[in-house]
Design a protein around this ligand. Structure first.
Ligand code: GAR
Length: 211
């Protein structure tokens, strides 16, 4: 069986994309990035892909008459590259029915907070403003809601008195770069099982047994 082919959707700087590409290049995950797609022509994520020799595609949402048509174009691209798992990495749009139907339980997202707390935009800043003592990040399957799908893996970081939203974001980002490849590793190994809202992995294969 060939390696799992990843389609990464990113709207911005692409540091999570980089972590995924690095994990794939060094063999930490049994997967390869087949295509990187962005809704933002100037996204540095596209440049990172080009530098790594990975197809980089800009799909302009403004060029389509509806969200459905836009997503049909994305799905066609993902399918053309043989995508087995879609990874949202700083993709700043809600995923709609067209993509969900085409890749049900095959779309995952990273969010910079401990869901279900602080969904939506600027999760790190929301948590910092709220005054929580711990925050973190979450990789989850994507469903119709805003950051509501079944949780695969989370990492926790402390919030210090002298933190700013920026210092907290940096601490969280470090953990994002660790757990996103870890979630892909589990998916690629066929180890994840979804039961209702709960995601479990086969004994002995999870992050606790894999430092
Ligand atoms: C990351 O912190 C990611 O968790 C967040 O955007 C950033 C993208 O950074 N995603 C969301 O807020 C989604 N709601 P990156 O482009 O360097 O990977």
């Amino acid at each position: 069986m060939g390696k799992l082919r990843l389609g990464v959707l990113a709207s911005g700087r692409g540091s999570n994309l980089q972590a995924i590409m690095d994990a794939a290049a060094t063999g930490k995950i049994e997967a390869e990035v087949a295509v990187v797609i962005s809704d933002n022509e100037g996204a540095f994520a596209l440049e990172r892909a080009r530098r790594a020799g990975i197809p980089a595609e800009f799909v302009d949402p403004e060029a389509f008459s509806s969200k459905e048509e836009y997503e049909k174009a994305i799905v066609a691209l993902l399918q053309r590259y043989g995508t087995g798992l879609v990874c949202l990495a700083g993709y700043m749009r809600m995923v709609g029915k067209v993509m969900l139907d085409a890749f049900w339980n095959k779309i995952i997202n990273i969010h910079p907070a401990l869901l279900p707390s602080f969904p939506g935009l600027h999760g790190q800043e929301q948590a910092w403003k709220h005054g929580v003592k711990y925050s973190g990040c979450t990789v989850h399957f994507v469903d119709e809601g805003m950051d509501t799908g079944p949780i695969i893996i989370q990492a926790v970081v402390p919030v210090y008195d002298d933190d700013t939203a920026d210092t907290l974001s940096a601490r969280i980002l470090e953990q994002e770069h660790r757990i996103y490849p870890e979630a892909i590793r589990l998916f690629a190994g066929g180890k994840l099982k979804i039961t209702g809202r709960k995601v479990s992995w086969e004994k002995g294969t999870g992050p606790l047994s894999h430092s």
